[in-house]
Design a protein. Structure first.
Length: 256
């Protein structure tokens, strides 16, 4: 069922992209002027500019909706279909997806072998909640508690152990465009890293790990986008096996 939903989302991304350009990238040249073609079953004649604009507007709205609805699991599954044009479109519409290294995959499998249903049932939810506040809450919200730098975890696929461990162990493998880190070099020599949360005519909003800054564009030397997440690697490294169990049980549980 999960795979079918991801495949359906992939078809939606492709279909909505066709609304924008009438074809997938690299699919050849446009028909000659005046040639009749069909667009989603609708005949289109010469000089039908108004209809093209309507399709473009609808396509852009649909792409925005797709970008909002796609979750990391879905994005990873679409990337795994092996369709290179679709992968390029996914990155353009949603964000970056890369393969998890063998070393990190082995770490994920090792943790999965320890986090059996029986062990998770024996976890201490109170300690897990405290670990969430200590480790995750600066950036993520869960059950109404926490920050808003990263995605809200409450409605995500957090009850899936693979989903949780993949996102924690390899946070930069799947990064939605809204959560990519950017480095802003200022003319006074400072270098700031964070998520660009908004732009205006004369300012740029940058959310760092500790504060939200409003920077004047005149003060910025350069801006460089990264494919990496602001979420750091190695979050579980300082924790014992029992602490990891308690944290994962709280993250995947029903709440306090």
């Amino acid at each position: 069922m999960l795979f079918r939903s991801h495949t359906r989302a992939a078809r939606q991304v492709q279909r909505h992209h066709l609304h924008l350009g009438g074809r997938a990238e690299g699919a050849g040249t446009a028909p000659a002027r005046g040639a009749e073609q069909r667009h989603d079953g609708v005949p289109e004649g010469r000089g039908d500019v108004k209809r093209e604009r309507i399709h473009a507007q609808q396509g852009r709205r649909a792409l925005d909706q797709c970008a909002q609805l796609l979750q990391r699991q879905c994005a990873r599954q679409i990337h795994g279909l092996g369709d290179e044009p679709l992968r390029a479109l996914l990155e353009k519409v949603w964000g970056k997806v890369t393969a998890t290294s063998a070393e990190r995959r082995a770490q994920i499998e090792s943790l999965k072998s320890k986090l059996t249903p029986e062990r998770l049932k024996a976890a201490d939810a109170t300690k897990g909640r405290a670990l969430f506040k200590q480790t995750c809450a600066a950036c993520h919200t869960l059950f109404g508690e926490g920050g808003a730098i990263g995605p809200d975890l409450t409605g995500s696929g957090r009850r899936n152990l693979d989903y949780l461990l993949e996102n924690i162990i390899d946070p930069s493998a799947v990064v939605a465009a809204d959560y990519r880190a950017s480095t802003v070099e200022l003319k006074d020599g400072r270098s700031l890293t964070g998520v660009i949360s908004g732009r205006a005519a004369k300012t740029l909003n940058l959310q760092t790990m500790t504060e939200k800054l409003t920077l004047r564009l005149d003060d910025i030397q350069s801006t460089r986008d990264s494919a990496l997440s602001l979420m750091p690697d190695g979050l579980l490294s300082p924790l014992s096996d029992e602490q990891i169990r308690d944290l994962i049980a709280y993250l995947s549980g029903e709440g306090r």
